[in-house]
Design a protein around this ligand. Structure first.
Ligand code: GLA
Length: 528
């Protein structure tokens, strides 16, 4: 009914505009003054609103609006919680039509979202539009700002050392849904990825985990048990399916009340959730700080992660524990103490040369903190997602392998090209990543140089040597044997991308490396 009233009001206003255009100003204002007054009276939107946008999986994304209307001008902010606010710009309310713009993120990675809607009494139907994405329709209703307050702080436990869970003796290898699918991942995709992991040869190359990232979560049931949402009808059946392929399966949560995508987190339900994951048959948990920052300080991170480390151990099921708190609080110094098998060392990667190179070439200072069972995680792979050249993806794979980083493919395994498959399944490169000694890589070249030389000692006494070119043009990159401790020896070098031995003579080796490319060698020496 309200909607009908609104439509007829809009029609009347449209007619009034036509009428006004075709008649004198006086006649117009006399004829439509009552309508204009009614409109103004009905559309004062000053106040606090809760915008709920259906995510299509049974959940709603929540955003809060604090609006101030002054005539046709609308100012204010959008909020995701206390102190998490962004001012709106370009705000107008004309004839019941609301419009404003929100700029998310920081330059150069900003995202400008336009909001347009209609005010219908105490409801605003609001559509958000971001270029290249489907517009999202939500409804805002008036509410109490108190709803934004996070739940009361549960004091974190006293610190103790959680026993090593004995897992991930080499860096975990698998697939994760986030980089390619983000919020769109569903049961069918995950099953398809498990199928493709086997049929593509990735399983044979060592990839094991099929990891579901954020947006699988539904609400909690009456007993507080976490459920999955409409995209994932039966988590136990899905885990059984993945296991039937000889693979393992991973899940995602947050120590905060909400995950980074705004879904249900594990706050106050840590042991209950760990038990649920174990009962469903999960083998891996990525635990992402996200909204925990509304409750805890960064100094609490170790204790907060320890709580889940203990909870996972208590389930009795072997579950790899992946910490995701973007490298805050020098996590590499305490990640192993909470039974963490891997810990993110940075913010999110994306499918660009700049971001991948910024992350990958800046991991050497903290490289010494890795050890068997406990790995630095410079984030998941972007190989095959289309934003980089194959040379750049080879650099990505070479660098991650030298760093003993987890190899979690982030592309669509069902449709990957032959080149992508070749990069991801290069057994000689993977062997560097998976070297059983877990020794760390060193950068030999100057930090500022565009010709980068990296070495890593391997179990069989040989050395992995990466020759990288960060420049935009091909250049010669040289490794001097004396720089990597190989003076006076007979050197044998194998190019792991060419799968061929390369001739060596003299006291160095020089390769012409393409722009943003890599040459990865395995170098063995014998006394003369
Ligand atoms: C954070 C993490 C990402 C991904 C998303 C999911 O940004 O760093 O890897 O898990 O959350 O919301």
């Amino acid at each position: 009914m309200k909607r009908l009233q609104n439509i007829s009001r809009t029609r009347l206003l449209f007619m009034s505009t036509l009428f006004c255009a075709a008649s004198s100003l006086i006649l117009c204002s006399v004829a439509f003054a009552p309508l204009a007054a009614a409109q103004t009276a009905q559309t004062n939107i000053t106040g606090f609103w809760i915008l709920k946008t259906p995510t299509g999986d049974g959940n709603f994304r929540e955003m809060f609006l604090d609006l101030k209307q002054d005539g046709e001008n609308v100012t204010g902010k959008v909020m995701f919680g206390p102190r998490r606010e962004i001012p709106i710009s370009d705000g107008t309310l004309r004839n019941g039509a609301l419009h404003f713009i929100v700029t998310f993120g920081r330059p150069p990675q900003t995202r400008v979202v336009t909001y347009d809607g209609t005010v219908e009494g105490d409801k605003i139907s609001l559509t958000s539009t971001f270029p290249g994405r489907e517009p999202l329709k939500g409804i805002a209703e008036r509410g109490d700002p108190k709803v934004m307050q996070p739940p009361a702080r549960i004091p974190p436990p006293a610190l103790h050392d959680v026993p090593d869970n004995g897992l991930a003796r080499t860096p975990p290898m698998g697939w994760n849904s986030w980089n390619k699918f983000a919020g769109k991942v569903n049961d069918a995709d995950v099953r398809g990825m498990a199928d493709a992991m086997v049929s593509s040869g990735m399983k044979d190359a060592g990839y094991v985990y099929i990891n579901i990232d954020d947006t699988w979560e539904g609400p909690r049931d009456a007993s507080g048990n976490i459920t999955s949402n409409l995209k994932f009808p039966d988590m136990k059946a899905l885990a059984d399916y993945v296991h039937s392929k000889g693979l393992k399966i991973g899940i995602y949560s947050s120590p905060g009340p909400k995950t980074c995508a705004g879904y249900e987190g594990s706050y106050g339900h840590e042991q209950q959730d760990a038990n649920t994951y174990a009962a469903w048959g999960f083998d891996y948990l990525k635990y992402d700080w996200c909204s925990a920052d509304q409750i805890y300080k960064n100094e609490d991170m170790q204790a907060v992660y320890q709580k889940m480390g203990d909870a996972l151990l208590k389930t009795g099921r072997p579950i790899v524990f992946s910490l995701c708190q973007y490298g805050e609080e020098k996590v590499w110094t305490w990640g192993a103490k909470v039974s963490g098998n891997l810990w993110r060392t940075t913010g999110d990667i994306n499918d660009t040369w700049k971001r991948m190179a910024d992350i990958g070439f800046n991991q050497f200072d903290i490289a010494p903190y890795i050890r068997v069972g406990h790995w630095n995680d410079p984030d998941m792979l972007e190989i095959g997602n289309g934003g980089m050249t194959n040379d750049e993806y080879k650099t990505h794979m070479s660098l991650w392998s030298l760093l003993a980083a987890p190899l979690l493919a982030g592309n669509d395994l069902r449709t990957m090209s032959a080149e992508t498959k070749e990069i991801l399944t290069n057994g000689e490169v993977i062997a560097i990543d998976q070297d059983p000694d877990g020794k760390f890589a060193k950068r030999i070249s100057d930090a500022a140089a565009t010709a980068v030389v990296v070495t890593r000692p391997l179990h069989d006494g040989s050395l992995a040597v990466g020759l990288f070119n960060r420049d935009d043009q091909a250049q010669a990159v040289t490794v001097k044997w004396s720089d990597i401790g190989l003076t006076g020896k007979t050197i044998r070098a194998r190019d792991l991308w060419k799968h061929a031995d390369v001739p060596t003579s003299g006291d160095s080796y020089t390769a012409t490396v393409p722009a943003h490319g890599a040459v990865l060698l395995k170098v063995t020496s014998a006394q003369q």
